[in-house]
Design a protein around this ligand. Sequence first.
Ligand SMILES: [Zn+2]
Ligand SMILES: [Zn+2]
Length: 348
Amino acid sequence: MSDIPSTQRVLIFDEYNGPLVVRKAPVPEPLDDELLVKVEYSGICHSDLHSWNGDFDYATICPLIGGHEGAGSVVKIGSKVRDWKLGDRAGVKLVNANCLNCEYCKTGHEPLCDRIQNYGFDCHGTFQEYMTIRDVDAIKISKDMNLASAAPVLCGGVTAYKALKEANLKSGQIVAITGAGGGLGSFGIQYAKAMGLRVIAIDHSSKKEHCEDLGAEWFVDGFETSEIVDHIKKITNGGPHGVVSFVSAKKPMEQALEYVRKRGTVVLVGLPKDSQILVNTTLLIFNSITIKGSLIGSRLDTDEALDFVSRGVVKVPLEFVRLEDVPIVYEKMKEGKVNSRVVVDFSL
Ligand SMILES: [Zn+2]
Ligand SMILES: [Zn+2]
């Protein structure tokens, strides 16, 4: 297509915590099995801040173009691509390049594949105007969906949705969500409601109204409530059937193991600082409790998570910024001042 430029703007850093600068870079050519996607929106996730800080143990490349919640349109197609056409809308998520052939790929757990590449971490991500992606990795976004709303679902939304699925709950059962007023929690409350679950939101009292507006049936102040374990057991008549833990502090994670209902499941998503929590194994055994970790969703989970948003049952409050404003957003994230999903709008 003649209107594809030869250069583009990318947001890049050369060293961890170093300046984040907008630079010109060549627009890449898609390989035979790749699409060239014009990125129109990219969500800004908390993990992007961590990768810029160099907080992760595993190897992230540097210099790096961050970002892993991209939504845009297909502007060029490799010669062997079959299932995409020009103008299709495509999502670019975190996990790509999985082998498609290992036990995990074959059973729909491709984020656990040993061969994955994480966009915005160990290869360049979505803070660029044009990027290539293997056809099987790109996520189809329907024409009737708001493209900007799709972006934050590709990491934040699907992470919350997958964690709820992992809790194995039935409609009518109760789920407690910790960190309910934050980004993942706000998605979590809405997905849980849409899945027919009853929600206890646990967070700071300043988030009460927000959580109730999103559909939480109960709100518990996780900081000020005395005897919180007994309180939660009492209001739920024996404890919630599942807990999805988005907080990264130890105490609320340990409390969840105490108040979850017998035979209940606690799904951990937030990571405590040194990765350690205390587990009372007597409690675990006598109450037959399951503790699980959940990382992110598969391609199918992503399709499902997008469908809820496309049907309007899960809403994504958005705030738009320019590519060069990402450093300001990181500063706000550090101060805990980001309440909506912040999305880079490349047309600004
Ligand atoms: Zn993310
Ligand atoms: Zn694999």
